[in-house]
Design a protein around this ligand. Structure first.
Ligand SMILES: C[S@@+](CC[C@H](N)C(=O)[O-])C[C@H]1O[C@@H](n2cnc3c(N)ncnc32)[C@H](O)[C@@H]1O
Length: 259
């Protein structure tokens, strides 16, 4: 995963930022993020400026945040980033510490709780109890995670299961190049999708080894839309050509509402 991030993931945050920064503003309520890593997401949530200019996640919009992450290597950075934007961080095995906004206009106001839990949604029989206890969620988020899932259909079914009826799944995932002319492509950046799709097929076995299980040939927008239980699924795709690596990771982003 370190290799994936330092080489294969170069520029990923920057490429995703224009789309993620709008989409993630729609997260609300009781939020579950799966595979947050160090969490590129948190800075894009709804924030508010306090009297003394501390920029904190807005507790009127985000009521709690659960981060389900299989790799403990990420926990230190994740905790640091969460605290930077005003969350009160706790781990699954601890009880919530008392967290107040010291130095703000209301030092006794509670900070938004942020729980880090170890695990995945790949296997319905192995979802951590803390995740089940925290359900149902108003919002589930994933970004660049389904590419490494060992069972993405089950993973997506579990997202549906954990959401409240009417709850929102927000996603941004890298995909195989869509066929030219696909109406869901909103920016094609002059990239030849047919050629680069074949290049992805060719490179995928090697990428998969160096990217520690990451696949670049998945039609993840379609995979999400094909799972039962959604009232609506609305996504778009972009081909990116900012760097050489970017030709291999066009993106699908959007939202699905649970029926
Ligand atoms: C490429 S990073 C993306 C991190 C972050 N979401 C972002 O957008 O920057 C993939 C993250 O997903 C986690 N991950 C990989 N496979 C997973 C799975 N099957 N279930 C949950 N998380 C997973 C990894 O440990 C890592 O933190």
């Amino acid at each position: 995963m370190i290799i994936q991030w330092t080489f294969l993931g170069v520029g990923q945050d920057e490429r995703a930022e224009p789309y993620r920064s709008k989409l993630w503003k729609e997260a609300y309520g009781n939020v579950l993020e799966v595979g947050p890593g160090f969490s590129a997401s948190l800075k894009h949530l709804q924030h508010k400026t306090t009297k003394d200019s501390n920029y904190v996640v807005d507790p009127d919009v985000i009521h709690s945040y659960t981060a389900l992450e299989p790799n403990p290597f990420m926990y230190g950075g994740l905790q640091e980033n969460a605290e930077k934007v005003g969350f009160c961080v706790d781990y699954d095995h601890d009880s919530y510490p008392e967290c107040t906004m010291s130095g703000t206009e209301d030092p006794h106001k509670e900070l938004v709780p942020f729980k880090i839990v170890r695990g995945t949604l790949d296997n319905s029989n192995n979802i951590p109890q803390a995740i089940l206890d925290g359900a149902p969620y108003d919002t589930v988020l994933t970004s660049f995670v389904l590419c490494t899932s060992t069972n993405r259909e089950e993973f997506i079914r579990n997202i549906v299961r954990l959401l409240k009826p009417g709850g929102t799944y927000l996603f941004i995932e890298h995909i195989r190049h869509p066929t030219p002319g696909n109406p869901l492509v909103i920016e094609d950046n002059g990239v030849n999708g047919r050629f680069w799709g074949k290049m992805q097929d060719w490179l995928n076995p090697i990428w998969n080894i160096f990217g520690q299980g990451c696949h670049i040939t998945r039609d993840l927008g379609e995979d999400i839309a094909n799972i039962d239980g959604w009232e609506s699924v609305d996504y778009k795709m972009v081909r990116v050509n900012a760097t050489f690596i970017a030709y291999f990771v066009p993106m699908a982003f959007g939202k699905a509402i649970k029926a």
